[in-house]
Design a protein around this ligand. Structure first.
Ligand code: FAD
Ligand code: 5PR
Length: 371
Protein backbone atom coordinates (compact mmCIF):
# COMPACT_ATOMS: atom_id res chain seq x y z
CA UNK A 1 0.00 0.00 0.00
CA UNK A 2 1.26 3.45 -0.91
CA UNK A 3 2.10 5.58 2.11
CA UNK A 4 1.44 9.31 2.06
CA UNK A 5 3.24 12.30 3.59
CA UNK A 6 2.00 15.85 4.15
CA UNK A 7 4.92 18.26 4.50
CA UNK A 8 4.85 21.86 5.74
CA UNK A 9 7.48 24.11 4.13
CA UNK A 10 9.13 23.96 0.69
CA UNK A 11 12.60 25.03 1.86
CA UNK A 12 15.72 22.91 1.43
CA UNK A 13 14.57 20.47 4.14
CA UNK A 14 10.99 20.04 2.91
CA UNK A 15 11.98 19.55 -0.73
CA UNK A 16 14.76 17.09 0.15
CA UNK A 17 12.39 15.07 2.32
CA UNK A 18 9.64 14.98 -0.31
CA UNK A 19 12.07 13.83 -3.02
CA UNK A 20 13.56 11.10 -0.83
CA UNK A 21 10.10 9.79 0.11
CA UNK A 22 8.89 9.80 -3.53
CA UNK A 23 12.04 7.89 -4.53
CA UNK A 24 10.90 5.19 -2.08
CA UNK A 25 7.35 4.91 -3.38
CA UNK A 26 5.58 7.34 -1.07
CA UNK A 27 3.28 10.08 -2.29
CA UNK A 28 4.31 13.47 -0.92
CA UNK A 29 2.58 16.83 -0.86
CA UNK A 30 4.46 19.95 0.20
CA UNK A 31 2.64 23.03 1.50
CA UNK A 32 4.45 26.34 1.09
CA UNK A 33 2.98 29.40 2.78
CA UNK A 34 4.57 31.82 0.29
CA UNK A 35 2.87 32.45 -3.00
CA UNK A 36 6.07 31.58 -4.89
CA UNK A 37 8.52 28.68 -4.82
CA UNK A 38 11.87 30.41 -4.37
CA UNK A 39 14.75 30.82 -1.96
CA UNK A 40 15.40 33.96 0.04
CA UNK A 41 18.83 35.16 1.05
CA UNK A 42 22.08 35.47 -0.85
CA UNK A 43 24.67 32.70 -1.16
CA UNK A 44 25.33 29.34 0.45
CA UNK A 45 28.22 26.91 1.07
CA UNK A 46 27.60 23.20 0.49
CA UNK A 47 30.25 20.76 1.72
CA UNK A 48 30.90 17.15 0.76
CA UNK A 49 28.14 15.78 2.98
CA UNK A 50 25.54 18.00 1.36
CA UNK A 51 26.86 17.19 -2.12
CA UNK A 52 26.48 13.47 -1.41
CA UNK A 53 22.85 14.02 -0.38
CA UNK A 54 22.19 16.10 -3.50
CA UNK A 55 23.59 13.23 -5.58
CA UNK A 56 21.23 10.74 -3.91
CA UNK A 57 18.32 13.11 -4.56
CA UNK A 58 19.15 13.43 -8.26
CA UNK A 59 20.04 17.12 -7.93
CA UNK A 60 23.84 17.03 -7.93
CA UNK A 61 24.56 17.62 -11.62
CA UNK A 62 22.19 20.58 -11.70
CA UNK A 63 23.88 22.03 -8.61
CA UNK A 64 27.40 21.48 -9.95
CA UNK A 65 26.57 23.24 -13.20
CA UNK A 66 26.71 26.88 -12.24
CA UNK A 67 28.11 26.48 -8.73
CA UNK A 68 31.55 27.87 -7.90
CA UNK A 69 34.52 25.80 -6.72
CA UNK A 70 36.98 28.23 -5.13
CA UNK A 71 40.61 27.04 -5.25
CA UNK A 72 41.37 28.24 -1.71
CA UNK A 73 39.80 29.36 1.55
CA UNK A 74 41.76 31.86 3.58
CA UNK A 75 41.38 34.07 6.61
CA UNK A 76 42.93 37.54 6.87
CA UNK A 77 42.98 39.11 10.29
CA UNK A 78 43.72 42.84 10.32
CA UNK A 79 45.23 42.54 6.87
CA UNK A 80 47.48 39.57 7.66
CA UNK A 81 46.86 36.00 6.46
CA UNK A 82 46.00 33.90 9.53
CA UNK A 83 45.07 30.70 7.69
CA UNK A 84 45.15 29.37 4.15
CA UNK A 85 43.86 26.11 2.77
CA UNK A 86 43.55 24.78 -0.75
CA UNK A 87 40.09 23.37 -1.43
CA UNK A 88 38.32 21.60 -4.30
CA UNK A 89 41.53 20.23 -5.84
CA UNK A 90 42.39 16.52 -6.09
CA UNK A 91 42.51 15.14 -2.55
CA UNK A 92 41.31 18.44 -1.05
CA UNK A 93 38.16 19.17 0.79
CA UNK A 94 35.23 20.01 -1.42
CA UNK A 95 33.06 22.98 -0.65
CA UNK A 96 30.97 24.57 -3.38
CA UNK A 97 29.50 28.04 -3.20
CA UNK A 98 26.43 29.18 -5.08
CA UNK A 99 23.43 31.43 -4.84
CA UNK A 100 20.58 30.12 -2.73
CA UNK A 101 18.31 30.38 -5.73
CA UNK A 102 20.64 28.07 -7.69
CA UNK A 103 20.50 25.35 -5.02
CA UNK A 104 16.78 25.84 -4.66
CA UNK A 105 16.11 25.55 -8.40
CA UNK A 106 18.06 22.27 -8.56
CA UNK A 107 16.04 20.76 -5.69
CA UNK A 108 12.78 22.08 -7.09
CA UNK A 109 13.46 20.52 -10.50
CA UNK A 110 14.35 17.20 -8.86
CA UNK A 111 11.11 17.35 -6.85
CA UNK A 112 9.03 18.00 -9.95
CA UNK A 113 10.85 15.19 -11.82
CA UNK A 114 9.89 12.57 -9.25
CA UNK A 115 6.29 13.80 -8.96
CA UNK A 116 6.22 15.67 -5.67
CA UNK A 117 2.97 17.63 -5.31
CA UNK A 118 3.64 21.29 -4.46
CA UNK A 119 0.99 23.66 -3.14
CA UNK A 120 1.79 27.38 -2.78
CA UNK A 121 -0.11 29.85 -0.61
CA UNK A 122 -0.85 26.97 1.78
CA UNK A 123 0.06 27.79 5.36
CA UNK A 124 0.31 25.09 8.00
CA UNK A 125 -0.76 26.09 11.51
CA UNK A 126 -0.13 22.83 13.36
CA UNK A 127 -0.21 19.04 13.41
CA UNK A 128 -1.52 16.23 15.59
CA UNK A 129 0.60 13.27 16.73
CA UNK A 130 -2.08 11.00 15.21
CA UNK A 131 -1.00 12.21 11.77
CA UNK A 132 -2.94 15.26 10.66
CA UNK A 133 -1.54 18.44 9.16
CA UNK A 134 -3.67 21.45 10.06
CA UNK A 135 -3.87 24.27 7.55
CA UNK A 136 -4.85 27.89 8.00
CA UNK A 137 -7.68 27.24 5.54
CA UNK A 138 -9.23 24.97 8.16
CA UNK A 139 -8.36 21.75 6.28
CA UNK A 140 -7.15 18.77 8.34
CA UNK A 141 -5.08 16.51 6.10
CA UNK A 142 -4.60 12.92 7.23
CA UNK A 143 -1.29 11.21 6.39
CA UNK A 144 0.92 8.31 7.38
CA UNK A 145 3.63 10.87 8.07
CA UNK A 146 3.44 14.61 8.74
CA UNK A 147 6.64 16.65 8.43
CA UNK A 148 7.28 20.07 9.92
CA UNK A 149 9.91 21.60 7.63
CA UNK A 150 8.58 25.10 8.16
CA UNK A 151 11.79 26.76 9.30
CA UNK A 152 13.03 28.27 12.51
CA UNK A 153 9.64 29.83 13.36
CA UNK A 154 7.87 26.49 12.77
CA UNK A 155 4.18 26.49 13.66
CA UNK A 156 4.02 22.71 13.26
CA UNK A 157 6.72 22.32 15.95
CA UNK A 158 5.15 24.91 18.24
CA UNK A 159 1.75 23.20 18.04
CA UNK A 160 3.28 20.03 19.51
CA UNK A 161 4.48 21.97 22.60
CA UNK A 162 7.83 20.16 22.73
CA UNK A 163 10.23 21.73 25.26
CA UNK A 164 12.66 24.07 23.45
CA UNK A 165 15.82 26.04 24.03
CA UNK A 166 16.66 29.27 22.19
CA UNK A 167 19.84 31.27 22.32
CA UNK A 168 21.24 34.34 20.61
CA UNK A 169 24.84 35.53 20.45
CA UNK A 170 26.42 38.96 20.33
CA UNK A 171 26.82 39.07 16.55
CA UNK A 172 24.69 38.93 13.45
CA UNK A 173 25.17 39.12 9.70
CA UNK A 174 24.09 41.27 6.83
CA UNK A 175 24.00 39.11 3.73
CA UNK A 176 24.33 40.58 0.27
CA UNK A 177 24.61 39.26 -3.26
CA UNK A 178 26.26 41.63 -5.70
CA UNK A 179 28.31 41.80 -8.92
CA UNK A 180 32.03 41.01 -8.53
CA UNK A 181 32.96 44.07 -10.53
CA UNK A 182 36.74 44.35 -10.72
CA UNK A 183 37.32 41.67 -8.04
CA UNK A 184 38.02 38.75 -10.38
CA UNK A 185 40.77 36.22 -10.93
CA UNK A 186 43.77 35.27 -8.78
CA UNK A 187 43.22 35.86 -5.07
CA UNK A 188 39.73 37.20 -5.81
CA UNK A 189 38.62 33.68 -6.73
CA UNK A 190 39.37 32.56 -3.15
CA UNK A 191 36.88 32.52 -0.34
CA UNK A 192 38.38 35.13 1.99
CA UNK A 193 37.28 35.66 5.56
CA UNK A 194 38.28 39.25 6.30
CA UNK A 195 38.34 40.21 9.99
CA UNK A 196 39.01 43.58 11.57
CA UNK A 197 39.43 43.49 15.32
CA UNK A 198 40.27 46.20 17.83
CA UNK A 199 37.99 48.92 19.11
CA UNK A 200 35.33 47.71 16.67
CA UNK A 201 34.99 44.09 15.49
CA UNK A 202 33.77 43.68 11.91
CA UNK A 203 34.07 40.89 9.43
CA UNK A 204 33.29 40.20 5.79
CA UNK A 205 33.20 36.64 4.52
CA UNK A 206 33.97 37.27 0.85
CA UNK A 207 32.53 34.43 -1.23
CA UNK A 208 32.59 34.23 -5.02
CA UNK A 209 29.44 32.41 -6.19
CA UNK A 210 30.26 32.25 -9.88
CA UNK A 211 32.14 34.16 -12.54
CA UNK A 212 30.20 37.35 -11.95
CA UNK A 213 28.48 37.00 -8.58
CA UNK A 214 29.74 37.73 -5.11
CA UNK A 215 28.14 36.77 -1.80
CA UNK A 216 29.24 38.69 1.27
CA UNK A 217 28.30 37.86 4.84
CA UNK A 218 29.03 41.04 6.78
CA UNK A 219 29.25 40.45 10.50
CA UNK A 220 28.74 43.10 13.16
CA UNK A 221 27.71 42.96 16.81
CA UNK A 222 24.10 43.89 17.48
CA UNK A 223 25.18 46.61 19.88
CA UNK A 224 27.08 48.35 17.06
CA UNK A 225 23.99 50.11 15.74
CA UNK A 226 25.76 51.86 12.87
CA UNK A 227 27.54 48.77 11.52
CA UNK A 228 24.51 46.48 11.85
CA UNK A 229 22.23 48.96 10.10
CA UNK A 230 20.71 48.21 6.68
CA UNK A 231 21.03 49.64 4.12
CA UNK A 232 24.71 49.43 5.05
CA UNK A 233 26.68 52.53 5.95
CA UNK A 234 29.35 52.06 3.31
CA UNK A 235 31.92 54.39 4.90
CA UNK A 236 32.17 52.21 8.04
CA UNK A 237 32.77 49.05 6.01
CA UNK A 238 35.19 50.66 3.55
CA UNK A 239 37.26 52.03 6.42
CA UNK A 240 37.58 48.51 7.88
CA UNK A 241 38.06 46.72 4.54
CA UNK A 242 39.53 49.18 2.02
CA UNK A 243 40.48 46.37 -0.39
CA UNK A 244 36.76 45.65 -0.87
CA UNK A 245 35.92 49.25 -1.69
CA UNK A 246 35.02 48.48 -5.36
CA UNK A 247 32.07 46.34 -4.24
CA UNK A 248 31.21 48.07 -0.96
CA UNK A 249 30.68 51.45 -2.53
CA UNK A 250 27.94 50.19 -4.82
CA UNK A 251 25.75 48.05 -2.55
CA UNK A 252 22.86 50.51 -2.47
CA UNK A 253 19.81 49.52 -0.48
CA UNK A 254 20.25 45.72 -0.38
CA UNK A 255 20.75 43.42 2.62
CA UNK A 256 19.14 42.29 5.84
CA UNK A 257 20.63 41.87 9.32
CA UNK A 258 19.99 38.52 11.09
CA UNK A 259 21.25 37.55 14.54
CA UNK A 260 23.21 34.34 15.08
CA UNK A 261 20.88 31.99 16.95
CA UNK A 262 20.39 28.41 18.11
CA UNK A 263 17.08 26.56 18.40
CA UNK A 264 17.03 23.18 20.06
CA UNK A 265 13.96 21.01 20.53
CA UNK A 266 13.73 18.19 23.05
CA UNK A 267 12.46 15.65 20.53
CA UNK A 268 12.46 15.59 16.73
CA UNK A 269 9.10 13.86 16.58
CA UNK A 270 5.74 13.37 18.26
CA UNK A 271 3.71 10.36 17.14
CA UNK A 272 3.54 10.49 13.34
CA UNK A 273 4.95 14.01 13.08
CA UNK A 274 8.64 14.59 12.33
CA UNK A 275 10.35 17.97 12.67
CA UNK A 276 13.26 18.59 10.29
CA UNK A 277 15.68 21.31 9.28
CA UNK A 278 15.84 24.66 11.07
CA UNK A 279 12.51 23.87 12.76
CA UNK A 280 14.33 21.14 14.71
CA UNK A 281 17.90 22.41 14.91
CA UNK A 282 18.47 25.99 13.81
CA UNK A 283 22.16 26.81 14.29
CA UNK A 284 24.51 29.76 13.77
CA UNK A 285 26.01 29.63 10.26
CA UNK A 286 29.61 29.53 11.55
CA UNK A 287 30.17 26.03 10.13
CA UNK A 288 27.86 26.58 7.13
CA UNK A 289 26.09 23.31 7.92
CA UNK A 290 22.46 24.28 8.61
CA UNK A 291 21.21 23.27 5.18
CA UNK A 292 23.74 20.42 5.03
CA UNK A 293 22.36 18.90 8.24
CA UNK A 294 18.78 19.64 7.14
CA UNK A 295 19.23 17.72 3.88
CA UNK A 296 21.08 14.82 5.55
CA UNK A 297 18.29 14.40 8.10
CA UNK A 298 15.60 14.66 5.43
CA UNK A 299 17.17 11.85 3.40
CA UNK A 300 17.90 9.64 6.40
CA UNK A 301 14.30 10.02 7.55
CA UNK A 302 13.04 8.51 4.29
CA UNK A 303 15.69 5.75 4.42
CA UNK A 304 14.76 4.80 7.98
CA UNK A 305 11.04 4.71 7.15
CA UNK A 306 11.79 2.32 4.29
CA UNK A 307 13.17 -0.21 6.74
CA UNK A 308 10.43 0.07 9.36
CA UNK A 309 6.69 -0.74 9.24
CA UNK A 310 5.77 1.48 12.14
CA UNK A 311 6.16 5.20 11.48
CA UNK A 312 6.49 5.98 15.20
CA UNK A 313 9.27 3.43 15.62
CA UNK A 314 11.04 4.68 12.52
CA UNK A 315 10.99 8.27 13.79
CA UNK A 316 12.50 7.24 17.12
CA UNK A 317 15.19 5.14 15.40
CA UNK A 318 15.97 8.01 12.98
CA UNK A 319 16.49 10.50 15.79
CA UNK A 320 18.64 8.05 17.78
CA UNK A 321 20.90 7.46 14.81
CA UNK A 322 21.14 10.92 13.25
CA UNK A 323 20.81 13.36 16.10
CA UNK A 324 24.25 13.05 17.73
CA UNK A 325 26.04 14.45 14.65
CA UNK A 326 23.58 17.32 14.32
CA UNK A 327 23.81 18.09 18.05
CA UNK A 328 27.59 18.11 17.80
CA UNK A 329 27.57 20.39 14.76
CA UNK A 330 25.10 22.75 16.36
CA UNK A 331 27.12 22.90 19.58
CA UNK A 332 30.38 23.51 17.74
CA UNK A 333 28.76 26.20 15.57
CA UNK A 334 27.43 27.86 18.73
CA UNK A 335 30.85 27.78 20.36
CA UNK A 336 32.42 29.45 17.31
CA UNK A 337 29.65 32.07 17.29
CA UNK A 338 30.06 32.86 20.97
CA UNK A 339 33.88 32.96 20.94
CA UNK A 340 34.54 34.57 17.53
CA UNK A 341 37.30 31.96 17.27
CA UNK A 342 37.22 32.18 13.45
CA UNK A 343 38.93 35.59 13.77
CA UNK A 344 42.26 33.92 14.36
CA UNK A 345 42.02 31.54 11.39
CA UNK A 346 39.45 28.98 10.30
CA UNK A 347 38.86 26.24 12.83
CA UNK A 348 38.92 23.38 10.35
CA UNK A 349 39.75 20.64 12.77
CA UNK A 350 37.85 17.41 13.14
CA UNK A 351 35.44 19.06 15.57
CA UNK A 352 34.41 21.58 12.97
CA UNK A 353 34.48 19.24 10.00
CA UNK A 354 32.74 16.20 11.45
CA UNK A 355 29.52 16.80 9.51
CA UNK A 356 31.38 17.73 6.31
CA UNK A 357 33.38 14.47 6.49
CA UNK A 358 30.40 12.30 7.31
CA UNK A 359 29.06 9.95 4.67
CA UNK A 360 25.32 10.57 5.03
CA UNK A 361 22.83 7.73 5.46
CA UNK A 362 21.42 6.79 2.06
CA UNK A 363 24.38 7.99 0.00
CA UNK A 364 27.16 6.28 -1.91
CA UNK A 365 30.83 6.63 -1.01
CA UNK A 366 31.93 7.71 -4.46
CA UNK A 367 30.15 9.47 -7.27
CA UNK A 368 31.29 11.42 -10.29
CA UNK A 369 32.64 14.79 -9.23
CA UNK A 370 32.76 16.20 -12.73
CA UNK A 371 30.07 18.05 -14.62
P1 FAD B 1 13.83 27.33 5.58
O1 FAD B 1 14.89 27.53 4.57
O2 FAD B 1 13.53 28.43 6.53
O3 FAD B 1 12.51 26.94 4.79
C1 FAD B 1 11.26 26.88 5.40
C2 FAD B 1 10.18 27.00 4.35
O4 FAD B 1 8.91 26.85 4.95
C3 FAD B 1 10.16 28.37 3.67
O5 FAD B 1 9.97 28.20 2.30
C4 FAD B 1 9.00 29.08 4.33
O6 FAD B 1 8.39 30.05 3.49
C5 FAD B 1 8.05 27.92 4.59
N1 FAD B 1 7.13 28.11 5.72
C6 FAD B 1 7.38 28.77 6.89
N2 FAD B 1 6.32 28.68 7.69
C7 FAD B 1 5.38 27.95 7.04
C8 FAD B 1 4.08 27.48 7.38
N3 FAD B 1 3.54 27.78 8.57
N4 FAD B 1 3.40 26.73 6.49
C9 FAD B 1 3.97 26.42 5.28
N5 FAD B 1 5.19 26.84 4.90
C10 FAD B 1 5.89 27.57 5.78
N6 FAD B 1 23.54 26.44 5.70
C11 FAD B 1 24.45 25.80 4.96
O7 FAD B 1 24.38 24.57 4.81
N7 FAD B 1 25.48 26.48 4.36
C12 FAD B 1 25.62 27.83 4.49
O8 FAD B 1 26.54 28.44 3.92
C13 FAD B 1 24.69 28.53 5.29
N8 FAD B 1 24.82 29.86 5.47
C14 FAD B 1 23.90 30.50 6.26
C15 FAD B 1 24.07 31.87 6.47
C16 FAD B 1 23.18 32.55 7.29
C17 FAD B 1 23.40 34.01 7.55
C18 FAD B 1 22.07 31.86 7.87
C19 FAD B 1 21.09 32.59 8.75
C20 FAD B 1 21.91 30.50 7.64
C21 FAD B 1 22.82 29.80 6.85
N9 FAD B 1 22.70 28.43 6.61
C22 FAD B 1 23.63 27.78 5.87
C23 FAD B 1 21.58 27.67 7.20
C24 FAD B 1 20.47 27.40 6.19
O9 FAD B 1 20.06 28.61 5.58
C25 FAD B 1 19.29 26.77 6.89
O10 FAD B 1 19.72 25.75 7.74
C26 FAD B 1 18.31 26.17 5.87
O11 FAD B 1 17.80 27.20 5.05
C27 FAD B 1 17.19 25.45 6.58
O12 FAD B 1 16.27 24.97 5.66
P2 FAD B 1 14.79 24.66 6.10
O13 FAD B 1 14.14 24.11 4.87
O14 FAD B 1 14.77 23.89 7.35
O15 FAD B 1 14.16 26.08 6.48
N1 5PR C 1 31.65 30.18 7.75
C1 5PR C 1 30.92 30.10 6.65
C2 5PR C 1 29.74 30.86 6.53
O1 5PR C 1 29.00 30.76 5.45
C3 5PR C 1 29.36 31.72 7.56
C4 5PR C 1 30.16 31.77 8.68
C5 5PR C 1 31.30 30.99 8.74
C6 5PR C 1 31.37 29.21 5.55
C7 5PR C 1 28.15 32.58 7.40
O2 5PR C 1 27.73 32.74 6.13
O3 5PR C 1 30.65 32.63 10.80
O4 5PR C 1 28.82 33.27 9.92
C8 5PR C 1 29.85 32.61 9.87
Amino acid sequence: MTRHAEIAGAGFAGLACAIALRQRGWTARVHESSSELRAFGAGIFIWDNGLHVLDALGAYQAVLTGAFAAPAYETRTNGVCSSFQHVNGPGDFRVLTMTRQHLYQALLSAAINVGVELVTGSKAVGATPEGELLLESGARLKADLVVGADGVKSLVRDSLTLPMERRQYQDGLIRVLTARGTLKGGQWDHVIDFWRTGSRTLRILYTPCGKDLLYMAMMAPREDKAASAVPIQADIWIEAFPELQPVLSSLGGIGRYDMYETTKVSSWSAGRVAIIGDAAHGMPPTLAQGAGCAMMNALSLAVTLENCDSVEEALAAWERQERPLTDHTQARAAQLAASRALASGMAWDDEGLRAAKHLPTGTKRAFSLLA
